[in-house]
Design a protein around this ligand. Structure first.
Ligand code: ADP
Ligand code: MG
Length: 140
């Protein structure tokens, strides 16, 4: 097992309901360490750039509008197999398909307002972490 970092975003549906602490407890209870964290209001251009990979998907515009509808908390999680472990803690994209005990099963409002983002590969985690965090913010 190797120690990895992954990027997580607590989405506007969750910051609005004041449940960032409940979500962070899920990460910590599963053994992930929150090594960097900040609350931001994304601009349209930042959200469009972050989700550029989805720009041809039918839900892209709605997703960008949702991600700028309120503050988000961007964070770096660290632990053994952090990328995969975080995806397991998050649960399936659609909360109807998510397993019991996962963040999306317990907290997501819909397939769009699904409370959290998590990097889906080691390579994407590196890119996404450097999108939001400077090196100096990641010294633990
Ligand atoms: P995940 O966040 O699980 O990696 P994707 O990368 O496929 O999922 O999608 C990015 C985000 O776009 C999802 O988390 C969700 O907020 C939104 N999304 C995905 N599929 C749909 C859909 N069919 N309708 C509306 N929003 C969607
Ligand atoms: Mg994804």
């Amino acid at each position: 097992m190797s120690v990895e970092k992954t990027l997580s975003i607590i989405k506007p549906d969750a910051t609005k309901r004041n449940i960032t602490g409940l979500i962070n407890a899920k990460f910590e209870n599963a053994g992930l360490k929150i090594i960097a964290q900040k609350r931001l209001q994304l601009t349209r251009s930042i959200a469009e750039k972050f989700y550029e990979i989805h720009k041809d998907r039918p839900f892209y515009n709605d997703l960008v509008n949702f991600m700028i509808s309120g503050p988000v908390v961007v964070q770096v999680l660290e632990g053994n197999n952090a990328v995969k472990l975080n995806r397991n803690i998050m649960g399936a994209t659609n909360p109807e398909d998510a397993e019991e005990g996962t963040i999306r099963k317990e907290f997501a409002e819909s397939i769009e307002a699904n409370s959290v983002h998590g990097s889906d590969s080691f390579e994407n985690a590196k890119t996404e972490i450097s999108f939001f965090f400077a090196k100096i913010e990641l010294i633990v």
